[in-house]
Each structure stands twice: as C-alpha cells, then as structure tokens.
Design a protein around this ligand. Sequence first.
Ligand code: HEM
Length: 419
Amino acid sequence: MKLDEIDLGTLDLWDGPIDQRNEAFARLREERPIAFFEEPEPESDLVVRGPGFWSLTRHRDVVEASRHADLFCSGQGTSILDMPPFLSEFLGSMINMDDPRHARLRRIVSKAFTPRTLAGLSGDVEAQAAEIVDAVAAQGECDFVTEVAALLPLRVIVDLMGIPRSQEREIFDCTNRLLGFLDPEYVPEQTAEAVLVAIMQAAQDLASIVTELAGHRSQNPANDLITVLLNAEVDDDKLTHEELASFFILLVVAGNETTRNAIAHGLDAFTQHPDQLARWQADFEGLAPTAVEEIVRWSSPVQHFRRTVTRDGVRLGDHEFNEGDKVVLWYGSANRDAAVFDDPDGFDIGRTPNDHVGFGGPGPHFCLGAHLARREITVVYRELFRRLPDIHAVGPPDRLRSNFINGIKHLPVAFTPTA
Ligand code: HEM
C-alpha cells in the first residue's frame, strides 16, 4: 500500500484484512507519524463535516499528548466526529471533560472505585467466572464472545451496581448499540438518522434503568456501587442524578466493550500461539501479571481517543499545531511501536517491561477500571484453564465494524466437555 493511499478518515482499513491495517500503521509510524486526514462527508445534514484530524501513531507522541491534558484537551469531544455538546457529555461523562470539572467528578467516583471498596461490594468475580464457565462446560463448543467473554464484565458491572439480573440482557443490547452503531448486526439501518436515534434510545434506556434504581436506593441503601456513588462525598460535594446517569452510561460502555474484547482476543492469540498457552498453563500465577498486560497491549481493545489542541503553537517534535486542531491518539498503533517494544507484532506473555498504552497514556484520563479489568482477565483465564484446558478457537473471529473498538462479535471455540 502506498503511503498516500492510507486513509484513517474512512473505515476502509477496518473493512480489510488485519495485516493490511497493521502494515498501514507501521508505515505511518515510520514515514508520517503525525499525519492529517479529512473527515468523511456526512450522509445527513444532522452532522456537520469537521475540519479533519491529525493522527499520532508513535508511542512517544501518544504519551506526550496524554501527559499534557492542558494542551491536548478532552472537553471538546473525544470521538473523531463532533457530537452536539449535550450528547457528548450525556454519553461520555468525565471522559469528555477537562479540569476542574473532570477532577471533581473523578475525585467523587474514585472514592467508590478503589480496589478495597470494589472488593467489599456485592458480587464476586471468581464466583461469576465459575458460573459462566460452568454453563458451557458440558457443551464441548460455544460462541466464546456471547457465552463467556462478554458475560463476565457485564455481570460484574450489573452485580456491582446492584442491578437485577433480569435487566442484564437489556444492558448488553444497549452497550452493543452504543459502541457498535456502525455495524449492521447492531443497528440494521445504517443511515445517519437511524444511527443517531439508536444511540439516543440506548443511552436513554440505560439512564432510565439507573435513575429508577437510584431513586429506590436513596430510600433503601444496599451493599452496591449505586449506593456508594449516591453517598460518595468530596468536600460536601455529591453527584447529581444526571451526573450519576451519565457516569453509569460511561461505566457500562467502558467496562463492557473493552474487557470483553481483551478476553476474546486473548483466546484467539493463544490459539495462534500454542507455545504461549503452554507457557502460561505451566506457571499461571507466576505469569498472570505480565500475561494480562500483554493481552491488553496485543489486542488494544480501544483503538483511539481524540483530543483538541487548546492554543496556537503547541508542538510535538517538529510539528506545530494550531488552536482547535483535532488530534487522534492511536493507542493500538503506539502499542506496536518498534521504538518501544521488541518484536512488537509478537505475542510474549512474559514481556517485561511492557509500557503499553492500552488503558490510555499517563494523564488524568487513565482508565479508572484498569485494576478491575486486570482482575477479570486473570480470573476468567484461571477458571478456563482449570475447567477447559484445551479450549481453542475453531474459526476466525467475526470482527466488529469499528475503528474505535477493536471488537470481536463472535468466536467459535471447542474444548473437551466436562460435567
Ligand atoms: C481491558 C479493558 C479496558 C481497556 C482496554 C480500557 C481502556 C481505556 C482507555 C484507553 C481509557 C482512556 C480514555 C482517554 O484517553 O480519554 C479509559 C478510560 C476509562 N475507563 Fe477503561 N478500559 C478498560 C476497562 C475498564 C473497566 C472495566 C471500567 C469500569 C468498570 C473502565 C472505566 C473507564 C472510565 C470510567 C474511564 C474514563 C476515565 C477518565 O476520563 O478519567 N474501563 N479506558
């Protein structure tokens, strides 16, 4: 592929084979690490065509931009295409905010998100993983995504929040529509209007679930995250009900779609690299911390987030930006940067050091759920190796159509059935 033919402004690269995409990012890192792309012509007058965006593909630049949130801000949106400001905040909560509002919200919710608070809340990741693996163990085969990988993060959040299991399926469908809106499997009518309606409806449904529950919990506190969030106070400051609803939308979307794909890509990677599977199975606890980081680096479930330059003259290397420039941080590309990772396309579960940016670069927006995600990935693989040690993919992953989430919708797997 010629350098000038690479276009990150369309989904063409994501519709093609994965090797071609990896090759395109490798060329950009090498030859045009800060590259400009036009935004696509919108299909509807509901959306205005934006000014285009600069793409950061090298690890060094992604880290630098993440560190300087005052120069590369999130408050003007973190998706490549602009959303109306009310929608951006409704859907994105603090991920689409800058200080001081971001710091205030993050301070309040961080109180509920310490490992100790999470461990003391209802729900137990080990028991949830055991229940999920149990449900497929006798079958000898399953769709690994819908029956295992997607279920664990979903159930963890649903149980943590104190949401009844009867609403689990609805939440699953809403998050699929919110992040998979460009995929006809989730939003069959692919016009701009239909996509916008689907996104709004899914967000409204999630907001209603949490608002109704919050109303109940304010009268009847329970041992769940909703009660903790309702009561979390910093300097006499609490979350409003609107803030709680938006934070919940962020939480279910950020917590579900990402961890699910790390787990699913992990299984695909172990099928392609049986030596790494054998290595981990021989020393599960010893290798778990590095294996989990390598799964996240290798899969990079979140491909990018966007920033906006806050003033003229901001520099990265030789490049000078102008105020208002959109800048996209390609985390998946940074995680394959040969300047930082030996054999970047290799899958090495003992990789040390592993300074990946799969959970975001260093800075105020670093993933709030990173420790929860690490725990879920560890626990599900421990359970799988214990119960179904020969589990492997028997077909190629059915990929999500998205340049934001590196998603797998379905992955057929087989294993020796157990009672
Ligand atoms: C493997 C799994 C996960 C990956 C790869 C991942 C990735 C990311 C990334 C790249 C960001 C940075 C956003 C930015 O640069 O603007 C982020 C932020 C965030 N993540 Fe995660 N995430 C994962 C799991 C989770 C889980 C399990 C939760 C919660 C249950 C969660 C909640 C959040 C929240 C709330 C933020 C926003 C933080 C802020 O803006 O201050 N994530 N995540």
